[in-house]
Design a protein around this ligand. Structure first.
Ligand SMILES: Nc1nc2c(ncn2[C@@H]2O[C@H](COP(=O)(O)OP(=O)(O)OP(=O)(O)O)[C@@H](O)[C@H]2O)c(=O)[nH]1
Ligand SMILES: [Zn+2]
Length: 393
């Protein structure tokens, strides 16, 4: 009986191998955060990598022991151009066909003097006080370079890694964790597919007395996402009206502290209020995708760069990230799980409309979700309209 329950549960969250793949990726991401090297394997061989931001002298020693070739520094093209102090021709950046240029990777040869934790941090971080005077040469990208950059992003670290070719056996010999490159690349959709409801409760809110919070967890062991149901959106849908929906990415500074740098606080409270006033109610998805998916620490770095004159989009790129690193699978899966497959979306962002529709949710309308500039976020809002194509009311 007990075995049967366990089997049913495994079925519900995905096959054993899919869950094992998610856990493997989550584990190696944690290793990178701790400064420990990991092995990425797949067609073309194996590569041992460590995050430039966190790697310790001990980690570099382990990497050197596992390596069977010279160490390279992997950087996103925009960061590589800054380090080299000249543009990086697109042909040298190994990106997937059709992907935007900031999604590629450039490999730089590392002279022995730069194989040191402090030097690597400086090379990785555009907010560091100075660039190193030495100008590294470019090398050929090792196998799985894009997957390595993707892994650093999943770990919410600067996408900059030391990498060296390695024998697969090195992982066992040196007690390093290993992961398949393909599992890193399929992680975002794989994790979304395993989301399950883990807790729910009625939580009356100041602006919405009739509200419920449903928590969702993926099988990787990562942070939970929340759905806030206001009123009875499921009943409205059954009666034929698509309820309001808002995809809100977590913003610690704006949502909790009332930061004036963005418009997230007013958008969060405003969406809940709007849903409470609507006869069909609504659902707000509160997603653990801080900083458009780059994480809080990198968002603070992006803010520091914005204080030197970059806008919100170029600051992300200077860090080696894309302008917006989010995907909409999580949102679509959560909506389906609460029984809502058609919505009227509160947003100004055309990518959210297209992204949600591409994930199979019927987007039956858009309602503008704009709030007055506050004197601090004016340039931020202007950039969203000009460079992200935000729709105005
Ligand atoms: N990287 C980065 N993230 C930011 C910055 N300012 C705000 N954010 C994040 O942006 C996310 C909020 O974006 P959304 O509210 O979804 O806004 P949007 O994509 O403009 O779309 P709509 O508000 O729906 O029109 C939150 O995760 C914030 O933490 C910034 O300057 N840099
Ligand atoms: Zn914000």
């Amino acid at each position: 009986m007990r075995d049967h329950a366990v089997a049913a549960r495994t079925d519900a969250v995905g096959s054993d191998s899919a869950v094992a793949a998610l856990r493997a990726v989550h584990r190696v991401a944690s290793e990178l955060r701790r400064g420990t090297p990991v092995l990425i394997r797949g067609a073309g061989g194996a590569v041992v990598v460590a995050a430039a931001e966190t790697v310790s002298a001990r980690g570099l020693g382990e990497l050197a022991t596992a390596a069977i070739g010279p160490a390279l520094l992997l950087l996103a093209p925009v960061r590589a151009a800054a380090v080299l102090q000249r543009p990086v021709p697109q042909a040298l950046a190994a990106a997937n066909a059709g992907s935007p240029p900031e999604m590629g990777v450039v490999a730089l040869r590392l002279p022995p003097g730069l194989l040191d934790p402090a030097a690597l941090k400086t090379l990785a971080d555009p907010t560091a006080e100075r660039l190193l005077p030495a100008e590294p040469e470019r090398g050929a990208a090792p196998p799985h370079a894009l997957a390595a950059i993707g892994l650093a992003k999943l770990a919410r670290l600067l996408p900059a890694l030391v990498a060296a070719p390695a024998a697969e056996g090195a992982a066992t010999r040196l007690n390093l964790l290993a992961v398949d490159a393909a599992d890193i690349l399929s992680y975002p959709t794989g994790a979304a597919a395993t989301l399950t409801r883990v807790a729910e409760a009625r939580v009356p809110l100041e602006d919405a007395p009739e509200a419920r919070i449903v928590a969702f967890r993926a099988a990787d062991g990562g942070i939970e996402h929340l759905a806030i149901l206001v009123g009875q959106p499921e009943a409205a849908l059954e009666a034929g009206t698509a309820p309001l929906a808002r995809i809100h990415s977590e913003c610690f500074t704006g949502d909790l502290l009332g930061s004036l740098r963005c418009d997230c606080g007013p958008q969060l409270r405003g969406a809940i209020k709007r849903m409470a006033e609507d006869p069909s109610g609504g659902v707000l998805l509160y997603l653990a995708q801080e900083g458009r998916g780059i994480g809080l620490v990198n968002k603070l770095r992006a803010y520091a760069l914005q204080d030197t004159g970059l806008d919100t989009l170029d600051a992300n790129r200077a860090l080696g990230y894309g302008a917006d690193e989010r995907n909409f699978w999580v949102a679509a899966e959560m909506l389906r799980a609460v029984g809502i497959d058609r919505v009227r979306l509160l947003t100004n962002n055309p990518d959210k409309l297209a992204g949600l529709a591409a994930c199979g949710i019927g987007v039956e309308g858009r309602e503008a979700h704009q709030f007055e500039a506050n004197g601090v976020n004016d340039a931020y809002l202007e950039t969203k309209a000009r460079r992200f194509g935000h729709l105005l009311a």
